[in-house]
Design a protein around this ligand. Structure first.
Ligand code: CUA
Length: 427
């Protein structure tokens, strides 16, 4: 009887234990989007809070489960119990135990509430101790600040990044540095920040609700239409981090990713200068030159900006430096050699280490992306399968009312090749 009882308990517990152990494995600690591998103070605070809660719950589980097991064994049916009355007379409560349990429950809630509220306040905005007070930075001028004029210091000394959510990609703007959509220098899908610097993130949406989440650094706060949300983050180590929209926002929500590139401060200053530069002229008569003409003829120019070449587009991702980015299509397509990338990750045991953009992979991605997007049609006039379902590419027809419902965007293989060659020059 006894051994059968325990073998049943063991049978029930085995899958749960296996599940717990899978969660603890080293492999899972190093996945790209793991909240169990914090690489910045905000993610660290969130991780610590999670662990505190887990331990409290484990203790409660052991207490309640222990009492239950004790009662089951202690008051089990024994030989000779047949003669006892079947139902024991009801007890009438024990005030000491009841009040004690209520007090203990409130105590457990308070124990969880204190670190929870502390963490919520901490993650809300850059804390005073993280506001830089040095005289002059390499990427933008800071003024001397003290904790007394903290509000002013936050405004003037913390690096601010505006994050704008769109269906289905993220636009990053650096208003202090002149990298904005209005100035024709916005940065799509890949946010670059300097290591060890507190960054204030202003969250905006131009359509529906999205959510900003970089599991290893910070998150997640919603981008609400018509409302200003904010958060802050800081990365302890350089590297290539992976982010994700964390709020269902339509067809391509699952494909709405982004990257965060954390670089040394000196490298960040150089990156800012590169972002402000216009695209280089293309060689006349080359494939790229044909591609540039197609870029205008196929209406890409209506939505996309290419600094120095075209300037009308403000609706879609800025392509002035598209060939320098490691991802495409809302960071859904990876422009690196993935075999090399895997090898590097295994060698360094770090998913944030990254190889450079591979031009061949980038070109293949560009052709696949442009050739299969939105309202593209195959030879039979059927819509082609989208890389990103429901994406807005080729919705230029919105601006062309006369052609609404009629316009089909098709590309020959040669046209796609030329367009890709042109985009490859935009570094
Ligand atoms: Cu944007 Cu989900």
């Amino acid at each position: 009887m006894f051994s059968r009882f325990f073998s049943r308990v063991a049978l029930l517990a085995a899958p749960f234990l296996a599940m717990i152990m899978v969660g603890c494995s080293k492999a899972d600690m190093t996945v790209r989007q793991s909240t169990l591998d914090p690489k910045g103070p905000v993610a660290q605070v969130q991780y610590d809070l999670f662990m505190k809660t887990v331990w409290l719950v484990v203790i409660l589980f052991a207490l309640v489960g222990g009492l239950l097991v004790y009662a089951v064994i202690k008051f089990r049916f024994r030989a000779g119990d047949e003669n006892k009355p079947a139902i024991v007379e009801d007890g009438h409560g024990n005030p000491l135990i009841e009040i004690g349990l209520i007090t203990a429950s409130i105590g457990a809630l308070v124990i969880i509430a204190i670190p929870t509220l502390t963490a919520i306040w901490y993650t809300d905005d850059v804390p005073a101790e993280s506001v830089p007070t040095s005289k002059l930075s390499v990427w933008y001028p800071r003024v001397e600040g003290t904790r007394e004029n903290y509000a002013k210091a936050v405004e003037e000394q913390v690096l601010e990044v505006d994050v704008i959510g769109k269906q289905w990609w993220f636009r990053f703007e650096y208003p202090q540095l002149g990298l904005t959509n209005d100035a024709k220098h916005s940065v799509p899908n890949e946010m670059v920040i300097p290591k060890g610097v507190a960054v204030r993130i202003n969250l905006r949406s131009e359509d529906v609700i999205h959510s900003f989440w970089v599991p290893k650094i910070a998150g997640k706060v919603d981008l609400m239409p018509g409302r200003k949300n904010h958060m802050w983050l800081q990365a302890r180590e350089t590297g290539h981090y992976y982010g994700q929209c964390a709020e269902f926002c339509g067809d391509s929500h699952a494909y709405m990713l982004f990257r965060v590139e954390v670089v040394e401060p000196a490298e960040f200053a150089k990156w800012v200068q590169r972002q402000k530069a216009d695209a280089a002229p293309v060689v006349a008569g080359s494939k790229a030159d044909k591609g540039k003409a197609l870029f205008a003829a196929k209406s890409c120019v209506m939505c996309h900006n290419v600094g120095g070449h075209f300037g009308a587009g403000a609706f879609a991702p800025d392509l002035t430096h598209v060939a320098s980015r490691k991802s495409l299509a809302g960071a859904w397509m990876d422009n690196r050699d993935l075999k090399e990338q895997r090898a590097l990750e295994q060698k360094t045991n770090n998913t944030e280490s990254s190889v450079a953009v591979d031009p061949a992979t980038l070109k293949a991605n560009l052709i696949k992306w442009i050739g299969s997007s939105g309202t593209s049609h195959d030879a039979n006039g059927k819509p082609t399968k989208d890389v990103k379902p429901g994406n807005r590419m080729h919705y230029y027809k919105m601006f062309n009312v006369a052609g609404l419902n009629e316009t089909k965007q098709t590309f020959t293989a040669e046209e796609l090749d030329c367009l890709a060659e042109y985009l490859l020059t935009l570094k």
